[in-house]
Design a binder for this molecule. Structure first.
Ligand code: BG6
Length: 484
């Protein structure tokens, strides 16, 4: 296969929080994979920065261990691991003090792209941004990457945006939502905007409803302290599910450029109606056998935080008037699966009579696992026995349809970091988008907090609380099964 990997320009990437969990699990292994694919020039530098007292060699060892832990052995065999490790450097730095900053400044080169990944608590963003300027490390071409959580409500998100804006222009700020880097999420835009087939049907006239499910089997053990202050609404809906909803619901942008795409997404968020309390179901997982309950995981016996949420949402515009969007996400559910299902309306008139039953076309976009798309179509069951109708899938599982390309599917972080180096903000959230998302989320959270509502307990390994089923059943609709 001819490689379609286009190398990026040489760069200096500084990872603040370079010894943290995200660096170990995602950023460093992801960079290694791009290096191995030939996308990262050998004269690029990756500079870990944190309070740890490490030498360059210590950091190379740290990175090697991370790669061995998170990249399968067959992918590492005969790989240029040593060459990659040569790109790594380390600076011990005090984010809120002065130690290490001059050393960092000395290490940076003027003639390459420079980017700074803020993989640290948001409370440090201001201190980092300020020092990057004081020490003359950042200039007008510098890019900074910031991780979620981007605030915990509108007010804190505004404050963060204002802090960053003191030192950087919006075009320099890359707010990561890793869901936007997932292969199928981008494919969603290709399917919608590069085919004539779907767009005429993509509206309230033909679409009965849309379901977005992000189900996980893991609990919150290990990160209970963070999660308990956040909950599924802040941790998943305000960002990941909202982004998926935007891509499904938005109008076609006139060009595939960062601001055209983000302008359209912003319009969707602004068109979201407030959600009525009876259109929200919150849940919290129980204990099961030896597995702890949410409250045990969170070490908070009276926690009212939700580990599951289902919502019925409306996008108030001409395209979607009357078509509900059902969103749900949760921990410790039946299977790990993320999918979007566009459920089309019944045919206006059934010529085959009642016994043929009702059949609906459903376009399913699977983000994980087995990335791909399936369109359910109704056909005649083969053989004798009259006109019996069955639903069959037109299946495009990427790994089957495009085996070689599927191997080349990047982890979301790989793609997004390369986009930062390329200077492409299309798959990053703009400041006004994040604020609009919080502006919609805040009253929902305030509502249940002021009512003192407790989430409904649910059994692990299920599809969440029974009430979530009822959210759809009471209007004659049904969630799709959660399965891998
Ligand atoms: C993160 C959330 O942003 O996304 C986690 O904080 C969640 O709680 C994770 O588990 C899910 O990401 P993915 O890519 O595994 O679906």
């Amino acid at each position: 296969m001819v490689s379609r990997v286009i190398p990026v320009d040489p760069f200096d990437l500084v990872i603040f929080g370079g010894t943290g969990d995200l660096a170990r699990r995602k950023i460093l292994p992801g960079l290694f994979r791009r290096f191995k694919a030939g996308q990262i020039p050998e004269d690029s530098r990756i500079i870990g920065a944190s309070r740890s007292d490490l030498s360059d060699d210590d950091y190379r060892r740290f990175t090697k261990e991370a790669i061995e832990e998170f990249i399968p052995e067959d992918e590492r065999r005969n790989s240029p691991l040593d060459k990659f490790l040569d790109c790594l450097h380390f600076v011990t730095i005090d984010a809120t003090g002065e130690a290490g900053w001059q050393q960092l400044s000395d290490k940076m080169r003027d003639n390459v792209v420079n980017a700074f990944y803020f993989s640290v608590a948001p409370s440090l963003f201001g201190a980092l941004a300020e020092r990057l300027h004081t020490y003359g490390i950042a200039d007008a071409k510098t890019r900074i990457v910031v991780e979620k959580p981007f605030g915990r409500d509108l007010e804190s998100a505004r404050a963060l945006n204002a802090t960053l804006a003191e030192h950087f222009k919006e075009t320099q700020i890359y707010r990561i939502d890793h869901y936007l880097g997932k292969e199928t999420v981008q494919n969603l835009m290709a399917v919608r905007f590069a085919n004539v087939l779907f767009e005429p049907l993509w509206n309230a006239q033909y679409v009965d409803h849309i379901q977005i499910t992000v189900a996980e089997t893991v609990g919150v053990g290990g990160r209970g302290a963070y999660y308990d202050k956040s909950g599924a609404m802040r941790d998943m809906v305000q960002n990941h599910l909202m982004q998926l909803l935007c891509l499904i619901a938005m109008e076609p942008p006139s060009r595939f450029d960062p601001d055209s795409v983000r302008d359209e997404k912003l319009k969707v968020i602004r068109a979201l109606e407030p959600v009525q309390p009876y259109h929200i179901v919150r849940g919290q997982y129980d204990a099961e056998g030896d597995a702890p309950s949410y409250r045990q995981d969170a070490e908070n016996p009276r926690s009212l935080t939700e580990s599951f949420i289902a919502l019925r949402v409306h996008v108030s515009n001409w395209r979607w008037a009357g078509t509900p969007f059902f969103l749900r996400t949760g921990k410790r559910l039946k299977a790990r699966t993320s999918e979007i299902a566009v459920v089309f309306k019944d045919a206006p008139h059934s010529i085959f009579g009642q016994e043929a039953g009702t059949h609906r076309n459903i376009l399913t976009i699977r983000l994980q696992p087995n990335e791909g798309m399936t369109l359910g179509v109704t056909i005649k069951e083969p053989g004798p026995g009259g006109m019996r109708l069955i639903d069959v899938p037109l299946d495009m599982t990427f790994a089957d349809a495009l085996p070689q390309e599927a191997e080349d599917v990047h982890d979301a972080y790989e793609r997004l970091i390369m986009d930062v180096i390329r200077g492409n903000q299309t798959l990053f959230m703009r400041g006004d988008e994040v604020e609009a998302a919080w502006a919609w989320t805040d009253p929902i959270i305030d509502g249940w907090e002021s009512r003192g509502e407790a989430p409904k307990p649910y059994e692990p390994g299920t599809a969440g609380p029974e009430d979530a089923m009822m959210l759809m059943m009471r209007e004659g609709r049904k969630w799709r099964e959660i399965k891998e």
